[in-house]
Design a binder for this molecule. Structure first.
Ligand code: GLU
Length: 507
């Protein structure tokens, strides 16, 4: 990296729908690079394609970055001195560059109507507007100057297209891939300015990256084919010396490695691909997201960071601060990264385990409220959470793992118990109720010791009585350590539950 440049990077999504995890990874890598180099991370909304605009998508992007903790330094909601940060609001700034390119002979007016181009596509199925056919189409290169002036004077709609050189090789040094070259003869004359006066992505991205003093660009590999157009625009506009450095990030692949991971793969294989739930405003279709499934943002980011990057060691769990410190472009891989949902779950599980209860309780309380449990003693909640943390994959697992702490079982899994039940076992628990009252310390290890000693003196086996005890307390064969459960439920409740359950076992 050249040392003089102030690092300014941007995440430049188009607000067209939910944010794919690949998009969040692009944002994350930009963010990590910016923070590592004490630079700035900018959010720019690329909304020049009015036909693809989807209402609510920009708000979704903003919320998503906030949830992930990758907040921009400058954005539509937090303007800095390079605004506006929505391309549609920058519309007046682009035309002058399109006109400058025409004047300098690097671009031209194209008057072909949509119907005419459609006609061409019918005749030539692989039709591309390019050096091969531009002389036969209706543009300022094929028409006389008088005709062009007349059409312009009459207000006939036109687009502006770049005039790709016929036979040049263009190259640049990608930060990840090294030298990448393109033959211009394979690239078509891309539209730069549309008939509605809006710039296309190609013109807008170059003009804005220049205006916003962007130093480095991290974007998905799918943008690599656009690079020759962008290189030429930087050159043709006279800004070649200021061209940012580029890094084209490897694709995120389907779990089997066969092609790019799409939203449809998620639907098909039963996992989310979007960061957060996305409700399509037109169809009303809901696409599930990682947040609502119960991912911690820390886990989501950690998982994304390792899709195509590692720090060169075996370490897998990284905090955001560690990622910032260790992030290095040299360690981004060139090849695609397979998405593995089981691994994503593992990251979440690990993060739930290592996150302080204090940072989780608000979400746990919300889950309880959803189930009608409004008041919970904070010490009890803390204990319950500690008891089940190891067993949670998703935040949303909290209720299934803990509901029995907050309400008595209303049914018992007696099938495994009844056939072997006898009067001796009934007496064991009847005596236990009385003896528990006498117990001097109510704590898991003391309870366990007492229970086991009592079993031993009865001549029965621990296993024969532990399982019934668990089922009395929770209703089934699940939950954390039974003595821990008893400790948390406290004496009165444990005794109450044994009393309530016994008749179901011996009837
Ligand atoms: N607007 C493009 C997108 O939607 C941005 C590509 C780029 O970063 O240059 O991803």
């Amino acid at each position: 990296m050249s040392s003089q440049k102030k690092v300014r990077v941007r995440f430049a999504p188009s607000p067209t729908g939910g944010l794919h995890l690949g998009g969040v990874r692009t944002a994350l890598f930009n963010y990590l690079f910016a923070r590592h180099h004490k630079g700035e991370f900018i959010l720019r909304i690329e909304d020049t394609d009015q036909t693809r605009f989807v209402s609510g998508a920009e708000e979704y992007i903003t919320e998503c970055l906030a949830w992930c903790g990758i907040e921009p330094d400058e954005s539509p909601n937090k303007p800095g001195s390079f605004g506006p940060y929505r391309q549609s609001e920058r519309k007046p700034s682009y035309r002058q560059y399109a006109e400058q390119l025409i004047k300098d002979g690097y671009a031209y007016y194209a008057f072909d109507t949509a119907e005419e181009l459609e006609e061409q596509r019918k005749i030539h199925p692989n039709f591309r507007y390019s050096h091969e056919n531009r002389a036969e189409l209706r543009n300022s290169l094929s028409l006389s100057n008088e005709e062009v002036q007349m059409l312009l004077g009459e207000g006939v709609p036109y687009t502006v297209r770049i005039k790709m050189p016929e036979n040049e090789v263009l190259s640049f040094e990608d930060m990840i891939r090294g030298r990448v070259s393109f033959e211009t003869k394979l690239v078509d004359d891309k539209v730069l300015l549309k008939a509605d006066g809006m710039p296309t992505y190609h013109l807008a991205v170059v003009v804005d990256d220049k205006a916003m003093e962007i130093s480095h660009i991290f974007r998905g590999e799918e943008w690599l084919p656009s690079a020759p157009v962008h290189i030429l625009l930087w050159e043709y506009l006279g800004w070649k010396q200021e061209m940012p450095e580029w890094a084209h990030l490897p694709l995120i692949l389907k779990p089997d490695g066969n092609g790019k991971l799409s939203k449809r793969d998620g639907d098909r294989l039963g996992f989310p691909v979007y960061a957060m739930n996305w409700a399509d405003p037109k169809s009303g279709d809901l696409t599930k997201g990682f947040r609502e499934l119960g991912f911690l943002p820390e886990a989501f980011l950690n998982m994304l960071a390792l899709l195509g990057w590692n720090d060169g060691t075996e370490q897998e769990i990284f905090t955001k601060d560690e990622l910032i410190e260790k992030f290095a472009v040299e360690r981004i891989s060139k090849s695609g990264a397979k998405f593995d949902f089981e691994k994503a779950k593992w990251f979440n599980h690990e993060w739930i385990k290592q996150t302080d209860n204090i940072a989780l309780v608000v979400q746990m309380r919300n889950i309880l409220v959803e189930h009608g449990i409004e008041k919970v003693d904070p010490v009890f909640l803390d204990g319950v959470l500690s008891a089940v943390k190891e067993r949670m994959t998703y935040i949303s697992d909290f209720w299934t793992q803990t509901s029995f702490f907050f309400q008595r079982p209303n049914s018992y899994d007696v099938e495994a118990i009844k056939p072997k039940w006898n009067a001796q076992k009934t007496s064991f628990f009847e005596e236990l109720i009385v003896e528990l009252i006498e117990l001097p310390v109510w704590e898991a290890s003391a309870l366990e010791l007492f229970f086991k000693e009592k079993v031993a003196s009865s001549g029965m086996k621990v296993g024969e009585l532990m399982m019934p005890f668990r089922i009395m307390l929770v209703g089934g064969k699940f939950g954390p350590d039974v003595f821990k459960i008893a400790e948390l439920l406290e004496e009165n409740e444990v005794i109450g539950r044994i009393e309530a359950a016994l008749p179901h076992f011996s009837e």
